[in-house]
Design a protein around this ligand. Structure first.
Ligand SMILES: [Fe+2]
Ligand SMILES: [Fe+2]
Length: 305
């Protein structure tokens, strides 16, 4: 049995050491946004509470689906890494992929690699000439991480998997080593539902991605970006595949709703299945109640009482 947490979009802010010239590019518009609303809506205190909550959950693995930062400043990545180091698992048991804010300007990809490469390394058996997607097999689970984020023009935040990653993803999903594994794909942009089709914020090649899953299958797709706890699905080779998005884990507003701060814990087990492939036996959401993260049941009980 494996217990795995998934959170996303912390948008951690640190301007320490930033210079005016760091904003003489696309960042100036993001900088204005940051200083107006984002810094107020996404608060580090919630991330610190998340770490405390994760420590109590007896987890085997943690997945973060991107947007660690706001405008991809080195100070933001450094700050984010310092917080990830306080988590209850080491980097080999924490998987992180970048979001569009981590590639807000092109150099953001280098910064991500500098501070988070330990969190997105492929297992030796899956090393390849292209570093994305990477594969990490942990027990009966295989985690496949994609990078969809690129610098895009102002007022857009779309993503793209791209042909090279799609071809490699298809090979990975079909590989015999993953035959009996529960295959989880981590991707920042939602690949299904209305948002996937959005011209300025969606995943431009969602249909080509969906085509791969239709033929090769997968057991679960996890994403962020939309800041909304929402489940959709994609057709798979052996029935529908659950596509689960989570809200931003540091969002201070809309408490107790699908938009309010929260994260999910999945339990994956092989003991009760008739086939060789493990199944997801539980998906539970934990949400911010104003002072800590609690189960949805606890939150509802407190509200009724
Ligand atoms: Fe985000
Ligand atoms: Fe995003």
């Amino acid at each position: 049995m494996i217990r795995l947490a998934h959170f996303s979009d912390p948008h951690l802010l640190s301007l320490k050491g930033s210079r005016v010239r760091d904003f003489l590019n696309k960042r100036w518009i993001g900088g204005l946004n940051l200083l107006s609303s984002r810094a107020y809506c996404h608060q580090t205190a919630l991330f610190e509470s998340l770490i405390e909550d994760l420590k109590t959950q007896q987890l085997d693995h943690i997945i973060c689906t991107g947007d660690l930062t706001n405008v991809a400043l080195p100070s933001e990545f450094e700050f984010a890494q310092s917080l990830f180091k306080q988590m209850p698992l080491k980097s080999s048991e924490i998987t992180v992929i970048p979001g569009n804010h981590d590639a807000y300007v092109d150099i953001g990809k280098e910064h991500f690699h500098q501070w988070f490469s330990d969190y997105c390394t492929s297992d030796d058996g899956f090393k390849h000439e292209i570093s994305w997607p990477f594969v990490r097999v942990r027990g009966n689970v295989a985690i496949i991480g994609l990078s969809t984020s690129h610098e895009t023009p102002w007022f857009t935040a779309w993503g793209e998997v791209g042909k090279a990653q799609r071809d490699r993803l298809s090979e990975i999903l079909a590989s015999p080593e993953l035959n009996t594994k529960f295959r989880i794909i981590a991707i920042h942009h939602p690949p299904s539902g209305n948002y996937a089709h959005h011209r300025r914020h969606g995943l431009h090649d969602w249909d080509a991605f969906a085509e791969i899953l239709k033929h090769q299958g997968a057991e679960l797709v996890l994403h962020g970006h939309r800041h909304h706890d929402i489940q959709t699905s994609l057709p798979g080779s052996d029935g529908a595949i659950v596509v689960q998005g989570v809200s931003s884990v540091t969002y201070t507003k809309k408490q107790g709703t699908p938009l309010g701060a929260g994260y999910r814990i999945y339990t994956i087990d092989s003991s009760n299945t008739r086939t060789d492939t493990p199944t997801m036996v539980n998906s539970e959401r934990r949400i911010w109640d104003g002072s800590m993260f609690v189960s949805i049941e606890q939150y509802n009980q407190t509200c009724i009482a």
